[in-house]
Design a protein around this ligand. Structure first.
Ligand code: SF4
Ligand code: SF4
Length: 396
């Protein structure tokens, strides 16, 4: 297992981190016996970074992980877990969640603690105004939290704002060869690295979509190019090729995946892909772009929209609905562009002002396409359900 140095604190982290949101299940619950064996096998093979969250597996991931790491394993690994901002209404509520997390994880400290799924700077500001950040700093000063960071699912401009708003110990972004220009983007990754902020990458396979739902032309391109690798291996190696990436998280849900990933992580060093191999990805990206409904490259030249629409974000979710047969596209759209952000960034906020279109190098009719996105991903029940959700989550 290759490791990467956390330049901020000297931790040697396994480049492969274990994402604890996709444990194998049995009768609708985590298959604890099998999952425990998988976790121990992972640790015995050098994986030392485990990423969970308060909400994973409907709240069952943390207590299971705590149990699986008892008996001497906890000390061998770094635990990352997350505070769900949408459940935090007061400082007291955050404190209660954190106390529960320590109990669930059977530990008295968290190595890497994240504000979960920030989508815009206003979410961060809200936590600051509630006193959550000052309290987390106290926990850090007392050694209860070792490193403080955030995970991100919004637009590039918001990522940049959050990144420089606080001296973060680390950050976590969605990144894969399809998302080079989506969400935090490659520019965001490079910016974080230039500030010395370690980067943890999530969704290297877009939730498995870059394995299970690739168009057949793309599968053929991978198969036609040496060396012979699975689409998953190509995708993982692409992420690890970036020297700015410290840890890649994979939600491994069976023994075979674990064994394959461990093998790849034994030699997937930064800058190890040849020019010829990198050219394969350029071909793949152009094939995918040809098949996308809206040919948005995610360049962001159309941003910011004065009315808050996350234009590339809307197009990305819409495209993945068709290109990768993403059945959760509507939910992702609802969650990341509507329900969670302090300011929703969904397509129907477009007023048709037209400011964005002249900046688009792809000459996309942005206003027209946003109407299509709104029609297909929002529909008539979207707004009432969004209003109710935001009321209960107390997102203002
Ligand atoms: S046309 Fe719509 S998306 Fe474009 S800048 Fe105006 S409001 Fe924003
Ligand atoms: S300018 Fe065009 S291609 Fe670039 S992000 Fe905006 S819509 Fe997409």
């Amino acid at each position: 297992m290759l490791t990467s140095l956390n330049q901020k604190n000297g931790d040697q982290l396994s480049i492969l981190g274990f994402g604890c949101m996709r444990f194998p299940t049995k009768n609708g619950a985590i298959d604890e016996e099998r999952s425990t064996k998988i976790i121990h096998e992972a640790i015995n093979n050098g994986i030392n970074y485990f990423d969970t969250a308060y909400i994973y597996h409907s709240g069952k991931s943390e207590p299971f992980l705590g149990k699986a790491l008892s008996g001497g394993y906890r000390e061998q690994v770094k635990i990352a877990t997350k505070l769900p901002p949408f459940m935090v209404t007061t400082l007291r509520s955050a404190q209660k969640i954190f106390a529960t997390q320590l109990t669930r994880l059977q530990t008295n400290y968290i190595d890497y603690y994240l504000l979960h799924m920030l989508t815009d700077k206003a979410m961060f500001d809200r936590l600051v105004s509630l006193g959550v950040l000052s309290w987390l700093e106290e926990l850090k000063a007392n050694g209860v939290i070792k490193n403080l960071g955030f995970s991100f699912h919004g637009a590039k401009a918001d990522f940049e704002e959050i990144l420089v708003a606080y001296p973060w110990d680390f950050c976590q972004i969605q990144y894969n060869y399809m998302d080079e220009n989506n969400q935090a983007t490659k520019a965001g990754l490079l910016h974080a690295a230039s500030l010395g902020i370690p980067v943890i990458v999530m969704e290297p396979l877009r939730g498995g979509k870059l394995v299970t739902d690739l168009p057949k032309e793309v599968l053929k391109t991978f198969a036609d190019n040496a060396p012979l690798r699975s689409p998953a291996e190509w995708a993982l190696r692409w992420v690890w090729n970036h020297p700015e990436v410290n840890v890649l998280l994979s939600g491994m849900s069976d023994e075979k995946q674990l064994a394959e990933n461990i093998k790849i992580a034994s030699d997937a060093a930064p800058n190890s892909l040849s020019e010829k191999e990198l050219a394969v990805f350029e071909q793949i990206k152009s094939e995918l772009l040809q098949k996308t409904k809206i040919p948005c490259t995610g360049c962001g030249y159309c941003m910011p929209c004065p009315f808050g629409v996350n234009i590339p974000g809307c197009f990305s979710v819409y495209n993945s609905k068709y290109l990768l047969n993403d059945k959760s596209a509507r939910f992702k759209y609802f969650q990341t562009l509507g329900a969670m952000s302090v300011t929703p960034a969904h397509a129907s906020r477009c007023t048709g002002c037209g400011k964005c279109e002249s900046h688009c190098p792809q000459e996309i009719e942005i206003r027209k396409e946003l109407k299509t996105v709104s029609r297909e991903l929002e529909g008539i029940f979207y707004r009432p359900i969004l209003a109710i959700t935001r009321f209960f989550l107390r997102v203002k």
